[in-house]
Design a protein around this ligand. Structure first.
Ligand SMILES: [Zn+2]
Length: 448
C-alpha cells in the first residue's frame, strides 16, 4: 500500500518534470526495480542435492552441499586411494521453502545414500578375492602376522598351503577391513557357526581333530551331547570353526635323542615254587637318534614322519622267570572317562590304545597294582608312564601333563601316577591308555 502510494506520488511528480529528466529518472527507476527484484529473487533460491537424479535434500547453497560431500570423501580416503562415490551427485537451483535442512542433517542423509569406492589391496587365495585392506603394506603385514602366529617354533619354515596374491582392486570402502579384521577373517574366526553331521564309523575324536578343536571344547558347545550315544546323522555344533580362508603350514626336520626300552619278558619256570619269581636279566634303556619331519597346520601338529632312526644303543628287556603255577591276577580298573577314540586302525595307522575324555589336570589312577617301568617323555606319547602288573601285562598312560611316580616304584591299584595333559602328539587334553600283553598292544576294552 505504502509503496504503491509512493510510486503514484512519484509519477505525479514526474508528470510535472521536463521530458529528458523524466526519461532519465524512469530508466533509473526501472533499473532500480530490476536490481531490487533480482536481489529479492536471489535470496529466495536454495540448492537441491540430487543423488542419481533424485532430490535427496535441499540446503542453503551449493557451497554448503559440496563441503559435506568433501567431508564424506575425506572420511573414506582413510580406507583406500582414488576414493569416488558410486552415485552421481548433482546440484540444482531451486525455490527456497521450509524443507531446508542443516549441514549436519545433510551429512547423515548423504552418508546413507552414497557408497564410496576406493582402490584397495585385495588378498587373493587360489585366485579368489578373500579380503581387502587399505594398501599393499597392510596386506603384506596381514600375511606376515598370520605366518608368525602359526610358526610353532623358531626353527620351523612357514608357508601358505594355498596360492596367495596381493592385487590392486576397486572395492566399496565399507568392505575394506582393518589389519586385525582381515587377519581374523583369514583365520576363519567370527565365522557363522557350522554343524557337522555324524557319519558312520566316526568318533568324537576324529570330528574334533578334523575341525582343529579339542573334544572338551566340542562338549562345552554341545552340553546335551553324550559321546557314548553319538548317532549317525546327529548334528554337532562346531566351535568357532568356520573354515580358515588361508592355511599356514610350518615344517621342520629335527633330530632328537630318545631313550628306548623294551617290555618286560616273563618266562615260565616249572622249577620255581608257587608264586615265586626271579629277575634273570636286568632291563637296560637303549638310545636312538631319530630324525623327524614335523608338519603343523595352523599351529597344530598334523604329521610327524620318521625320516631316519639311528640306534646308538640297543635296549635290553627285563626278563623275569616266574613259577609255572601263576596266581590269577586280580582284574584291574581302567581310568575313568568316555572313550573318544577306540583301539584299532585310525586314518591308516594303528591306534594302539584308547583315548579317554578327561579334563586337563585330572588325576590318572593305575589300572592295577604293579611296578613303574617308565616315567618319562617318550616321543609322540609325550609324558608317559608304563606300569608292569606282572603276568606279562603292562599298562601305558600317555600325553600326561605331570608324572607323579618314578621308575622302580611300586603302585597300588587306583594310585595316582600323574595328571591328564596334552604332551607329545596330541591335539587336546586326553588320556591315551594302552594295555600291552607280552609286548603286544591289546584292545583295553578286553581288560576293563
Ligand atoms: Zn591315543
Amino acid at each position: 500500500m505504502v509503496v504503491k502510494e509512493k510510486i503514484t506520488q512519484l509519477k505525479t511528480w514526474l508528470g510535472k518534470q521536463p521530458k529528458t529528466l523524466k526519461q532519465g529518472i524512469s530508466a533509473l527507476l526501472v533499473l532500480g526495480l530490476v536490481v531490487g527484484g533480482f536481489s529479492i529473487a536471489k535470496a529466495q533460491n536454495a540448492c537441491a542435492v540430487e543423488v542419481n537424479g533424485q532430490v535427496v535434500a535441499i540446503v542453503e547453497d551449493k557451497v554448503q552441499a559440496e563441503k559435506v560431500v568433501n567431508w564424506l570423501m575425506k572420511e573414506n580416503q582413510a580406507k583406500g586411494s582414488n576414493v569416488k562415490p558410486l552415485q552421481s551427485i548433482t546440484y540444482q537451483t531451486t525455490q527456497k521453502d521450509n524443507s531446508l535442512i542443516s549441514e549436519e542433517e545433510l551429512k547423515q542423509i548423504l552418508a546413507e545414500q552414497l557408497t564410496f569406492e576406493a582402490t584397495a589391496s585385495g588378498i587373493k587365495v587360489n585366485n579368489g578375492l578373500k579380503v581387502a585392506v587399505k594398501d599393499k603394506t597392510t596386506a603384506e603385514k596381514v600375511l606376515e602376522e598370520l605366518k608368525n602366529e602359526y610358526k610353532v617354533g623358531p626353527e620351523f619354515n612357514v608357508d601358505f598351503r594355498e596360492k596367495v596374491d596381493i592385487v590392486s582392486v576397486p572395492v566399496e570402502t565399507s568392505k575394506i577391513l582393518s589389519l586385525e579384521d582381515a587377519l581374523s577373517r583369514l583365520k576363519g574366526e567370527n565365522g557363522v557357526p557350522r554343524y557337522h553331521t555324524v557319519k558312520e564309523g566316526e568318533t568324537l575324536w576324529e570330528i574334533a581333530n578334523k575341525f582343529n578343536i579339542s573334544p572338551e571344547e566340542l562338549q562345552d558347545e554341545n552340553p546335551d551331547f553324550t559321546p557314548e550315544r553319538m548317532q549317525i546323522g546327529q548334528k554337532i555344533k562346531m566351535v568357532g570353526a568356520a573354515e580358515p580362508l588361508l592355511n599356514v603350514e610350518a615344517t621342520v626336520e629335527k633330530t632328537v635323542k630318545e631313550e628306548t626300552s623294551l617290555p618286560q619278558q616273563i618266562k615260565k619256570n616249572a622249577n620255581l615254587p608257587f608264586g615265586q619269581s626271579r629277575v634273570v636279566q636286568k632291563p637296560e634303556n637303549g638310545l636312538k637318534e631319530v630324525t623327524y619331519k614335523i608338519v603343523a597346520v595352523n599351529g597344530l601338529e598334523i604329521e610327524r614322519q620318521v625320516l631316519n632312526v639311528n640306534v646308538i644303543k640297543e635296549a635290553k628287556p627285563q626278563i623275569v622267570e616266574r613259577s609255572a603255577q601263576t596266581v590269577v591276577a586280580s582284574r584291574g580298573a581302567r581310568p575313568s572317562g568316555a572313550i573318544i577314540s577306540p583301539f584299532g586302525q585310525r586314518s591308516g595307522r594303528m591306534h594302539t590304545g584308547v583315548d579317554l575324555a578327561k579334563a586337563y589336570g585330572s588325576p590318572v589312577g593305575s589300572y592295577n597294582s604293579g611296578r613303574v617301568i617308565r616315567a618319562d617323555w617318550y616321543g609322540a606319547y609325550g609324558k608317559c608312564v608304563d606300569v608292569d602288573h606282572g603276568s606279562g601285562v603292562v599298562t601305558r598312560y600317555a600325553h600326561l601333563s605331570t608324572i607323579n611316580v618314578k621308575v622302580g616304584q611300586t603302585v597300588d591299584k587306583g594310585q595316582s601316577i600323574g595328571n591328564v595333559g596334552s604332551t607329545g602328539r596330541s591335539t587336546g587334553p586326553h588320556l591315551h591308555f594302552e594295555v600291552i600283553v607280552n609286548g603286544v598292544p591289546r584292545n583295553p576294552v578286553g581288560y576293563i
